[in-house]
Structure formats: structure tokens, C-alpha cells
Ligand binder design. Structure first.
Ligand code: CA
Length: 733
């Protein structure tokens, strides 16, 4: 079945017959009038300027030769802002060159949906669209930026960047009553940065859901550029059959292409560039008749389910939403260069007990990072036939590879190939010609990366301050990246300081007290570094619930950061007085305590258990404590990730070189990576770790425990050999 995908649209538009009209509309009522009279071949063009709160509904039928165009009079000059959205249905329609920014779509269908009521879109094209940080401010509100209902739709040369709330950026929707065989083509788009969501629902693309996953969607995702798409473990989540993922570039993106549900999919000629960044992955294979061939992967640091290549173990007679056994997979002529891990039989457990069968792993070139053996077999690999693979030697049981040192040279296409002619036929094809970034998206709108805002960058400005009023003013009116320098003295801060941009506040011999329940209130966009300050709670109310730093009571879509460097916190004896108090629907990229001292704190230095639901949300991606001292502190850290969701990499927790005396515990629940090394605990409650989900890595080593219980690690579900590393430690009783 061939669908009209609008390949000839540009030509058709240029040669618009005389009868067809260009109708330029200036406001929403003119648009309404134009749509009522629209004829095949017409072009309805939004005039330049801002279109605020414009919920476009457009239903029309063009013809193959005379499609109807809805677009901008000038590409990129019609800006849809505020509560704007687009719902479009019908046949032979082209939507082109619109920009959504400075707002968000309020409805469940998100920014663009190809349906109006129960009517869907067919044989149509969405091209040159930009959705720029048009994100719902409630990070737990689930929507999709582009919801594709229908068939024969092409989405091309568009840019999507900055979705920070739950829900995929782009989904193909196939459950009743929508078409199952979608023939959708998603090509030459730029999928820009998607920040870590900290829960399931951070996919960039999802095709279907498990319910109808045994039917074929026949969707193609081709020649797109994915850049820092870090939302969750699935960048592209395939949940249907006969889809093609081809020729895409995955650059510096956390996560993988996951063949989660559905059979007979093809993943070929993609390029994955991890640059050694954590959790960069390749392809994860589940289900039957999947083909993974001719892909190029370099510098992927992901492990476990995010390995460069994962062949999973399945569940016998699996329900639709679990894991079908891998059968008849072909994994052929891929280059996996400098990769941390290849995992076969991944996730084997009592439930996932069906090892892969009838799998061919042939002609691949596989080298491990730093010459390390990348292979792990977590189940029998007897059902995998290895032939003609070469690369780093392995000790994984049953894995066969022609072990040799592989010398590589970069070819004109930017990719590495073996210099040894005997290996020339192995790995990814030499004619791979990955799509260029400039060939994706549109030429008339920047592909801004907006790097995670530094706390103080090269453009940092010093703002000297000598009293509390000046401090308050500097925080309110300062610019992002300012370094506010406090002269020596005592600052009595009367009202909370609201931080909604990156700020550094530094000082020597500067002491802050505060009269309210909060000193710093972090709001969306806020990142805060304190350097060299002394903060006393002595002037705060003698009532429960004070905090030095508190995140917003509203959801924050921008992940925040807190760094406390060379600071002292003391006299926080009121009940439940916390240093850092987190709130639901907020996520820290980083909370760092370095060379700081915490004395007489009744609550927690880090209270990180505000997320109470079972969806897997948590409060901090990375927590780092180094060279710090805790004396008479109620709780050092309380960090929780609840639920059994497997879609995230965090939290990560590290504590080194610190001393804890006469204090409460370090409590970690559901943390995925823990490294506690070289600390001393005296007359304290010690460390309590609970492993709840995933494959947590816990190392507690080189610590001294004096009159402090030995650390405990509780496994909730896992049954097997001890997996936490708890030696050596010096437990002095
Ligand atoms: Ca997911």
C-alpha cells in the first residue's frame, strides 16, 4: 500500500493553478471565515506576528493534485503563543512553517493532534513546524507534543526542543478507533534536548502501545537527528510491528532505541554517538523477527538495559505488556566501537526466564571501552549463533568472537573503520552516509542547545553587596549567572529570597540569619550556589518546618541545582528544621555539598523524599557530598525513589571524605547508584540502603563506623547473591 506523502508538495504549491487562492488571514475570525470556504488547492496563510491563545481546528479535504495548505505567510513569522494548539483532520492537507513558542497547549492532545473529534488525518504532511520549549508547566501532567492519528502522514523538516513535562514528544496513536496500519513517515526532523524527566514518560518518539502491539504500524523514522534526548531510558519506543528506524543520528543522548513490543521491525544504518557520556545506549531487542543491521555505534557508555546492544530475556507466555521472548532476531554487520557493554539474556529473572532463541549475531565488529571485555551474558546464549564477529576478547560464557586488536581509522564519512583489509567486510557498511544536522529541521530557526545553565559562566558579573536589603535587591533584579559578593558582616534577611535564575552568592565572614521559615525559595529556572557563607537558624521561628533552601510549591519544569561550597550551617534546632527541603514535581540535576559543615540541625540536611507516589518520580538525579562535617544532625540525607518503574537512571548518590558525629542516618531508598567511600561515622545511626527496583549499584567501602551500626542493604524483591559491595569497612563497634 503506497500512501501519498506529499513529496511533490513543494512543486505543486509553486505551480498553484490560477483557480486556487492564497488567503492571508490576520486574526482568528478571518481564519474561521477562510476555513468555511476552503477549496482544494487553496492556501490559508497566517499573517506575520503573534497569534496568542489560538486553538486551531482545521478539517478539510484536498485532493492528491490539489492539496490544501495551512501555513505561514512567511516561514517562521507566524508565532503561536500562549494556550495555542493545532487539531487537523481530513485528506491531502499540508501544514507548514508554523512556530509554537512562549506558552503551552492546555489539552491532553498536546500541541499538534491529527484528529478533530473522531475524524483523523490521511495522506497529509506536517512540515517545517517548530515547537520550542512549549512545555506544560506541570511536569507530571502527561501530554504529547505531536499526536499522530490516521495514516499516510509525513512529519518532516521540523524542530522539537525542550519538552520537560511527562509524555512523549511525538506519538503514533493506534488504539481503537484509529487506523492500525499507519504508514507514517517521520524524517529529517531535529529532536533537540529533552531534559531528564525523572520518571517514565520521557520518550522522544513512541509508536503504539502494548495493547495493539501485535499489529503492524509500518511507520518509518528516517534521517532524523536526536540531540541530548535524555528524557528517560527509551529515546524511540517501538510498540508495534514492521516499523523501520533508519539512517538517524543519535548524538549525546541518554537512552536507546527500544523494540519494546511488536514483531518484525528493522533498525538499520543508524549512527549512535555517545561521546562517553553516561547512559548513552544503542538498541534493545525484545520480541520476534527483529533485524538490527548496518548500524554504527561509538563511545556508548551505557550498561545493563542501556548497553550498546541488548538482547533481552523474555517471559514465557508473556502478557502484552511484559517481555516477549526474543526469537529469530538478526543482528548483522554493526560496528560497536569503544562501547561499555553488550548484554545478552538481559534482565533474566524468575519471571524473565525465556532466553533468546534462533538469534543470529554475525559480521559485527565489537570493541570494548579501554580494551575492556564488553560482553555480559545474564542467561544462556545457546540460542544465539555467533559467526564472523571480531573485536575485544571476552570471557562471557558461550559468546564467540574472533578476539584481536582492531586498528581503526576515521573515514571521510566521519566514522571509524578497521585498517586491516581482512576485517574490511565486518561491521557497518562503508557507504554509510549519516544525515547532517543542517539537513534536519528548518533553516530559518536556530537549533539552540541552551546548555544546562551554569551557575556562573564566562559572562559572570560581580555584584558587591553590603547589607540585607542590597542582597534582596541583587537576588531580585540580578542577571542569570551573577556572582553576588557579600562583604563581611551579619545579614538579617527579613523575607525569603526568591531565586528563579542561576545565581552564586559568595562571601567570607558573612553570616546570614533569617526571620521567616525559609531563606531561599527556588522557583522555576532557579539554580543556586552558596560559597563561603555562614548561615544560622537562630533568628528563625521556633516552629516546625523551617528550611534554609526550599524548592517551589508549584511544579518546576526546569531541573534545578544547589551547590553548597565551604559553607557553615548551624543553630537549626526548631523541630524538622531542614537545610534543603525538596517538594513534589521538582527535580535537581545536582545537589552538591562540598567542604561544608552542618551543626545542630534538627531536621535533614537533604530532605529528598517528597515524592510519595508509586510512579517512580524522585527529587534529585545526582547528590554529591564531599569533605563535609555533620555534627548533631537529625538526618544527614533522606533520598527516596519509590515504585518499581525501570525508566530512569537516577538517583545517583556519592559521599566521600566526610565525618558524621552524633547524628542520624543516611537513608537511601531506590537509589540506582551509590558510592559511599572514605567517611567516618561516630556515635551515629549510619547508613540504611533499600534496593527496590532495577539493577542498583551500591558500594560502601573504606569507611569507619565508630559506635555506629554497620551499614544495611535491604533487598525488596531481588533474590540472588549479594550484589552490594560492603567491604572493606572498619567497624569499630
Ligand atoms: Ca518509557
Amino acid at each position: 500500500m503506497r500512501h501519498w506523502c506529499g513529496a511533490a508538495v513543494a512543486v505543486a504549491v509553486a505551480a498553484t493553478p490560477a483557480a486556487a487562492r492564497d488567503i492571508v488571514v490576520k486574526d482568528q475570525s478571518e481564519f474561521g471565515a477562510a476555513t468555511k470556504a476552503v477549496q482544494p488547492g487553496d492556501r490559508i496563510l497566517l499573517g506575520d506576528g503573534e497569534w496568542r491563545d489560538f486553538a486551531i481546528r482545521f478539517v478539510a479535504d484536498g485532493t492528491k493534485d490539489k492539496p490544501i495548505l495551512l501555513g505561514a505567510q512567511h516561514a517562521g513569522k507566524a508565532l503561536l503563543t500562549g494556550k495555542s494548539s493545532l487539531a487537523v483532520a481530513g485528506k491531502f492537507i499540508v501544514v507548514a512553517n508554523l512556530v509554537f513558542k512562549d506558552g503551552y497547549a492546555a489539552g491532553k492532545d498536546g500541541v499538534i493532534a491529527t484528529r478533530v473529534g473522531n475524524k483523523w488525518l490521511e495522506n497529509s504532511r506536517l512540515t517545517g513546524l517548530v515547537i520550542d520549549n512549549f512545555t506544560n508547566p506541570d511536569r507530571k501532567f502527561e501530554d504529547h507534543w505531536v499526536s499522530l492519528y490516521g495514516a499516510g502522514i509525513r512529519v518532516d523538516h521540523s524542530q522539537f526542543v525542550g519538552k520537560a513535562n511527562a509524555g512523549a514528544m511525538l506519538v503514533v496513536i493506534r488504539d481503537q478507533p484509529w487506523p492500525l496500519a499507519n504508514h507514517i513517515r517521520i524524517d529529517h526532523n531535529w529532536f533537540g534536548p529533552r531534559p531528564v524527566l525523572g520518571a517514565n514518560g520521557g520518550e522522544t518518539i513512541r509508536i503504539g502501545t502494548s495493547t495493539e502491539s501485535l499489529s503492524d504500524s509500518i511507520t518509518t523514522v528516517e534521517d532524523n537527528w536526536f540531540e541530548r534526548c535524555d528524557g528517560e531510558v527509551e529515546i524511540v519506543s517501538v510498540k508495534s510491528g514492521k516499523n523501520v528506524i533508519r539512517g538517524n543520528v543519535f548524538d549525546s543522548s541518554q537512552g536507546s532505541v527500544v523494540l519494546r513490543h511488536g514483531h518484525g521491525n528493522l533498525v538499520e544504518r543508524n549512527v549512535f554517538l555517545g561521546h562517553g557520556l553516561p547512559h548513552t545506549g544503542g538498541v534493545r531487542v525484545i520480541n520476534e523477527r527483529q533485524i538490527v543491521r548496518g548500524n554504527y555505534m561509538e563511545g556508548l557508555a551505557g550498561t545493563d538495559f542501556t548497553s550498546a546492544l541488548v538482547v533481552m530475556n523474555g517471559v514465557p507466555n508473556s502478557p502484552l505488556n511484559r517481555y516477549f521472548q526474543v526469537k529469530q532476531a538478526t543482528i548483522d554487520h554493526n560496528s560497536l566501537i569503544d562501547v561499555a557493554r553488550v548484554t545478552l539474556g538481559a534482565g533474566a529473572s524468575e519471571e524473565r526466564s525465556a532466553a533468546p532463541v534462533d538469534v543470529k549475531l554475525t559480521g559485527n565488529l565489537i570493541t570494548g571501552r579501554d580494551g575492556m571485555d564488553p560482553f555480559r551474558a545474564e542467561a544462556s546464549v545457546a540460542g544465539i549463533a555467533f559467526a564472523g564477529n571480531a573485536g575485544t576478547a571476552t570471557t562471557a560464557a558461550g559468546v564467540t568472537i574472533d578476539a584481536r586488536e582492531v586498528k581503526l581509522a576515521r573515514a571521510a564519512n566521519g566514522l571509524l573503520y578497521p585498517t586491516d583489509p581482512k576485517l574490511a567486510e565486518l561491521g557497518a557498511p562503508h557507504d554509510l552516509n549519516p544525515v547532517k544536522r543542517a539537513e534536519t529541521g528548518v533553516a530559518w530557526y536556530p537549533k539552540l542547545l541552551e546548555p544546562t545553565p551554569a551557575l556562573a559562566g564566562a559572562t559572570a558579573r560581580d555584584v558587591p553587596v553590603a547589607d540585607a536589603a542590597g542582597l534582596s535587591r541583587a537576588v531580585d533584579t540580578g542577571r542569570a549567572g551573577d556572582v553576588i559578593r557579600l562583604k563581611a558582616g551579619t545579614y538579617r534577611v527579613a523575607a525569603p529570597l526568591t531565586v528563579s535564575k542561576p545565581l552564586v552568592i559568595a562571601g567570607h565572614d558573612a553570616t546570614l540569619t533569617f526571620a521567616g521559615a525559609t531563606l531561599f525559595a527556588l522557583e522555576n529556572g532557579g539554580r543556586l550556589e552558596l560559597r563561603g557563607l555562614s548561615i544560622s537558624g537562630a533568628a528563625s521561628p521556633q516552629q516546625p518546618g523551617n528550611a534554609v533552601i526550599r524548592t517551589s510549591a508549584q511544579p518546576m519544569t526546569a531541573n534545578y541545582a544547589i551547590r553548597l561550597i565551604d559553607c557553615t550551617f548551624a543553630d537549626m534546632g526548631a523541630p524538622g528544621f531542614d537545610v534543603i527541603a525538596t517538594t513534589p514535581s521538582t527535580l535537581a540535576d545536582l545537589i552538591e555539598l562540598r567542604r561544608s559543615r552542618f551543626r545542630d540541625v534538627a531536621g535533614a540536611v537533604l530532605a529528598g523524599r517528597s515524592e510519595t507516589g508509586q510512579l517512580g518520580y524522585y527529587n534529585a538525579e545526582h547528590v554529591v557530598i564531599a569533605d563535609s562535617r555533620f555534627d548533631r544532625v537529625g538526618t544527614v540525607v533522606d533520598l527516596l525513589r519509590a515504585g518499581t518503574d525501570e525508566s530512569t537512571y537516577g538517583p545517583h548518590f556519592a559521599m566521600t571524605g566526610s565525618t558524621v558525629t552524633d547524628s542520624g542516618p543516611v537513608m537511601l531508598w531506590g537509589v540506582q547508584e551509590t558510592n559511599i567511600d572514605g567517611n567516618t561515622f561516630i556515635s551515629s545511626k549510619g547508613i540504611a540502603v533499600t534496593h527496590s527496583v532495577g539493577t542498583p549499584l551500591t558500594r560502601i567501602t573504606g569507611n569507619r563506623f565508630v559506635r555506629t551500626p554497620a551499614p544495611t542493604v535491604t533487598e525488596l524483591d531481588y533474590r540472588g547473591p549479594e550484589r552490594a559491595v560492603l567491604t572493606p569497612n572498619d567497624i569499630a563497634g
